[in-house]
Design a protein around this ligand. Structure first.
Ligand code: 13P
Ligand code: SF4
Length: 310
């Protein structure tokens, strides 16, 4: 099928089936352009909790599909490619995490949304990169907190909130590999540029950033700030929306350490294609399922997050 036929087919099927298409900012431009909503992890979860569509296609990675299913168990939740995992979620095995939690029984467990449903089920409150600081700030200063699985986001939140949360030792393979050296060279080359970085990046990268924030926060800053050039240290899919919002500004993605790869693109996110999206709507598969016992435990910390981030 041609791209035009795929687009026509997707538009027809979503109408016939009362389906909505949710896309993360790290999806390819053609998927972002056809989606009903494009957003960061928090926005997608908020949408999933409130939509009255019968069916949702979550164009992102597995944990995003699971979060949607946990929040809307009566809806059919589809994901174009079930292989779209997440190295950060994979860095936190539920059995090992449970052991860690049990070793610290007097701690409140805060988990980043980039986790499996089984890890969320062991959690007191879920956070995203948009609301992590706001939610941690709502706990007393001396509260004993565990934060998993991202050590970089956890360390960053510790530094800005003055906490000393116990951190799980996980990371994202995309954000960990941004080259500080190449970033510093770009800063020299573009002295007026603002550096935007996602908090999953290493502390060395965050210290040279002008703004640290979620994909949505970085996008908002690039739109609202008067600077004309931005050096961007996060998955390069975000550039699509940045360029759409500010067509006259310049956006430069920070290259990875290894310049022979395109590893500032998340290989999991990029598994989704227009063709898979079309087939997914047509065949209503792959569908996301979450074990009901796990779902009942996992929904509580997600709802708590939605409440605490109001
Ligand atoms: P956001 O919370 O900014 O959407 O980030 C999600 C993610 O997967 C970052 O790698
Ligand atoms: Fe997971 Fe990293 Fe990909 Fe985000 S960019 S989905 S954290 S692997």
């Amino acid at each position: 099928m041609t791209k035009a036929e795929l687009i026509e087919g997707i538009n027809r099927l979503r109408k016939e089936k009362n389906a909505v298409i949710l896309a993360h900012y790290y999806q390819t431009g053609d998927i972002q352009d056809i989606a009903d909503v494009v957003g960061d992890s928090l926005a997608l979860a908020q949408w999933a909790a409130n939509t009255d569509a019968d069916m949702m296609v979550v164009c992102g990675v597995n944990f995003m599909g699971e979060t949607a299913k946990i929040l809307s168990p009566d809806k059919k939740v589809l994901i174009p490619d079930l292989e779209a995992g997440c190295s950060l979620a994979d860095s936190c095995d539920a059995t090992a995490f449970e052991r860690f939690v049990k070793e610290h029984p007097d701690h409140t467990v805060i988990s980043y949304v980039n986790t499996t449903a089984a890890v969320k089920a062991l959690t007191d409150v879920v956070v995203t990169s948009t609301n992590a600081r706001k939610i941690v700030d709502q706990f007393p200063c001396d509260a004993k907190l565990i934060f998993g699985p991202d050590r970089n986001l956890g360390a960053y939140i510790n530094s800005v909130t003055g906490r000393n949360m116990l951190l799980w030792n996980g990371a994202c393979h995309v954000h960990e590999q941004f080259s500080l050296e190449k970033l510093v060279n770009l800063k020299k080359q573009y002295p007026d540029a603002k550096v935007l970085a996602h908090p999953e990046c290493k502390a060395t990268v965050l210290t040279v950033a002008d703004v640290v924030g979620s994909t949505q926060a970085l996008l908002n800053y690039s739109r609202d700030n008067e600077a004309q050039t931005f050096i961007v240290a996060t998955e390069s899919g975000i550039l699509h929306e940045m360029m759409k919002s500010s067509p006259n500004k310049q956006f430069i993605p920070v290259p990875p350490e290894d310049s022979t790869c395109a590893c500032n693109e998340c290989n999991f996110m990029r598994l989704n294609t227009l063709e898979k999206l079309y087939n997914c709507l047509l065949n209503e598969t792959p569908e996301v399922f979450v074990d009901e016992t796990i779902r009942e435990a996992a929904v509580k910390p997600i709802l708590r997050m939605l409440e605490m981030s109001k």
